[in-house]
Design a protein around this ligand. Sequence first.
Ligand code: HEC
Ligand code: HEC
Length: 315
Amino acid sequence: MKNPRMILHLAMGVALTATTLGVAAEELLKFDYWPGRENAIPHVSGDEKFSDTYQYWKDEKAIEQAKKAGKKSHEMNFKDFRWAQKSFDAEPALEIGKGYYNQKNANGKSCASCHGENGKKLEGIYANYPSYNKRLKRVVTVGTQIQTCASERLGLDWPETSRENVLTDFYVASLSDGKVIKIDATKPGPIKKSYERGRDLFFKRAGHFDFACASCHTPPTAGSYLRGQRPTTFFGDAASYPIYHFPYALPGDDYEYVFTLQHQIKSCQMLSRMYPGKEGSPAMTDIEVFLKASANGYKMSIPGAEYNMDASYLD
Ligand code: HEC
Ligand code: HEC
């Protein structure tokens, strides 16, 4: 029987415990996880243990050299154009975000009243998010923080999936362009715990197809084509989120083609027929912590674009 979980389900179905089959229950349950969790480390160089392509895309120079040496996109884990190139297409979306940032409420207050003109006081912070908010006593994404500030301080209803929140988030992220990502997931504390939970969720099988995120985002699937798309390993990608994703959007989206990392995670859950999480929920935030910490040491690139930037990505 190909699917080990089916064995487990069957075993339960006929009311036999795994032990009576002569197989330790632990042996069966470990198939709940896709292999590789133990190799995940909170740094972008962790990719060496997965795809062995890190040498080609670890920085601008490496990318340039690999391209000169004739490396094809798929040989570079499709990371070759991601941050060197900017999407000018995204500028209007950023402007809209900036407009929301400066939008005054009935009392004449805006985000700028507290965080400075042109987001002065929020420069660089995106590279350290998600972060632990002591007052809320939980790890928050920037989207959650924006929602909190909007409602508690400006009396505005900007839930994480609202157009105002997503586009403001995109604008705030752009204030960290070029900043090196640093999420401390090694020091004991709430971020480390969140990273570990997020990692476990990433490798855990779920949903209709019994896929884990890792089924597609680790080799051999990562780096190959999947229905005309190209999943990559999970290292480094968070550096270009929120991403300008033209021309792709989920039905009902009103975000000018901007995908936050939360939205990307949800999109992948839907694609792989997992029950989609609520954006900003503790579990979804944990997955974001895991992905962002897996980009530690890499530079933020906002706005970046996955599509229509360099046709050679189809090589
Ligand atoms: C009345 C002042 C005030 C207003 C207005 C306000 N904030 Fe805040 N903001 C704060 C405080 C205080 C914090 C510290 C964290 C906390 O208490 O939640 C904060 C934290 C933040 C952070 C995290 C900063 C960091 O260094 O980690 C972001 C991002 C942020 N706010 C965005 C916004 C946005 C976007 C708006 C507009 C929707 C906004 N804030 C409106 C006071 C404000
Ligand atoms: C069935 C395969 C599959 C599964 C399972 C899957 N993804 Fe994806 N994922 C993809 C594909 C294909 C893309 C590329 C889509 C694109 O180009 O935008 C992608 C893109 C992404 C990206 C953007 C960076 C990149 O690699 O292009 C992130 C982040 C991501 N997925 C996270 C997740 C998470 C978290 C999960 C689990 C909840 C997950 N994925 C599950 C196929 C999958």
